[in-house]
Design a protein around this ligand. Structure first.
Ligand code: ARG
Length: 464
């Protein structure tokens, strides 16, 4: 028996019915569905639609169902079409005919959107907390690295020396934006849909503002047609998850490279690596590769969802049912990836010697050019002079540290006795001047700001 069987002479074709059944996955909305129904019953009673004894029976029945669902594993199951039908069936089983009054003036169209909004607002803070834990692990690495140096890259060629701490804080910055993007998705979901009916609104004078407040929403949707077809909050969530996965993928890629034999700036903990069944020497970064791989899956969910939405006429369409598996899968994907990334990063060991030696040499060329600029040469001219020096050093297999004073002067008479001292990796980072730079004082301030951010974002609270 479905919620809509009255209109039909016979039972539905099992193949067609089974195809539309969503209970297998929308059972995850059980708590949210009951929460919404509790508020709806109270609103119907306040509007004089439900007799006080009916509303009390409904509310007590729903509360008992909620408790049983929380207590008893396997309770939320059955032959029902969806979670909404399940809750209503259990209610009628428990309190009889009064249960059949709960759905007065309400449609599953607004109900399912409400449930998913409640779900996301309930679950997003957990993802944010996991993101914050990863930021904390990166900040710890930044702190432990002290003044250790490594090369930074552009075009994946050695560019300029940076503090290892600066590298970790770069990833923190991206993850902090992901945290805010998830908050924006929660804010997008923050609108009450009840009162929209199936599409045209409801004919009972329920107080939607009060209902919104009861359910913790800060606003009510503007338009009932839009409400039944709007899943922008789903797209916003999938986008936030996708971009977070893109950032995790880049972090994973950096670490796959930097922990490999060719770089060796960091060493993966044995616990974070796997071996090869054939090659005894291998220490593979599987968890990082899988994080990188799973980013494709999250982006697929976002892309798939946008494609599902684009062809829909106004109002509810059954296609919208596809939203839930996309949300659940994206949520799980980000969750497990954050766990894996945290496990790897918190156990990562820095090889300061390898990273440091890779950060000196010809990548100090910009600093040498800057030295000449500080003595009055134009930057373009300095670029040429130092370019010629680099060409010669490359040909001779040397770097700036091996130049004699005579050779410095030969390259330009503007080089003084302090020139060799300016051409070191440490001098290079110390020469940076802006707050976002790798200057050690700036990095210390950035680390402190990151710690403040962590402090301000502790716990599971979400700012809406
Ligand atoms: N399972 C449906 C969904 O997820 C619930 C809404 C059903 N509404 C309807 N008119 N068939 O979208």
């Amino acid at each position: 028996m479905t919620l809509w069987s009255g209109r039909f002479d016979g039972a539905p074709d099992p193949a067609a019915f089974d195809f539309g059944v969503s209970f297998g996955f929308d059972r995850a909305l059980f708590e949210d569905d009951v929460t919404g129904s509790l508020a709806w019953a109270a609103a119907l009673a306040a509007a004089g639609v439900l007799a006080p004894e009916d509303s009390s029976a409904i509310i007590a029945g729903l509360q008992a169902i909620l408790e049983e669902g929380r207590r008893t594993a396997g309770f939320v199951s059955g032959p029902d079409e969806d979670v909404h039908s399940f809750v209503e069936r259990k209610l009628v089983e428990r309190i009889g005919d009064a249960g059949r009054r709960l759905h007065t003036g309400r449609s599953r169209n607004e109900q399912v959107s409400l449930d998913l909004r409640l779900y996301l607002r309930r679950r997003i803070p957990a993802l944010q907390a996991q993101l914050a834990q990863l930021v904390a692990a990166c900040a710890d690495q930044a702190e432990r690295a002290g003044h250790a140096l490594m090369p930074s890259y552009t075009h994946f060629r050695r560019a300029q020396p940076v503090l290892v701490a600066h590298f970790f804080l770069a990833h923190c910055a991206a993850l902090q934006r992901d945290h805010a993007r998830l908050a924006a998705a929660a804010a997008e979901a923050d609108a009450l849909t009840l009162g929209s009916g199936a599409v045209a609104g409801t004919s009972y004078a329920v107080d939607t503002v009060l209902l919104a407040r009861t359910l913790g929403f800060s606003r009510v949707v503007l338009n009932s047609i839009d409400a039944s077809s709007d899943r922008d909050f789903v797209a916003a969530f999938l986008y936030a998850v996708s971009l977070a996965m893109v950032h995790l993928s880049r972090l994973a890629e950096d670490l796959i490279i930097f922990t490999g034999e060719e770089h060796g700036f960091f060493e993966l903990a044995d616990a974070s690596a796997t071996g090869s069944s054939m090659m005894p020497q291998k220490k593979n970064p599987d968890p990082l590769e899988l994080v990188r791989g799973k980013s494709g899956r999250a982006i697929g969910r976002l892309t798939g969802w946008l494609v599902t939405m684009k062809g829909l006429p106004s109002g509810y369409n059954k296609d919208l049912q596809e939203d839930k598996e996309a949300v659940f899968d994206a949520e799980t994907t980000l969750g497990v990836s954050l766990v894996a990334a945290h496990a790897v990063i918190s156990r990562l060991a820095l090889n300061a010697e390898r990273a440091g030696s890779a950060s000196s040499g010809l990548l100090l060329a910009t600093d040498v050019a800057d030295y000449l600029v500080s003595r009055g040469m134009t930057f373009r001219r300095a670029h040429e002079v130092v370019g010629a020096m680099v060409r010669r050093l490359l040909a001779e297999g040397r770097d700036f540290s091996s130049l004699t004073m005579a050779e410095w002067r030969e390259a330009s008479s503007m080089f003084g006795a302090d020139a060799p001292g300016a051409a070191t990796a440490l001098a290079s980072v110390q020469a940076r001047r802006t707050p976002q730079s790798t200057n050690p004082d700036a990095v210390a301030a950035a680390l402190a700001a990151c710690r403040d951010w962590l402090e301000a974002n502790r716990g599971f609270s979400v700012k809406l």
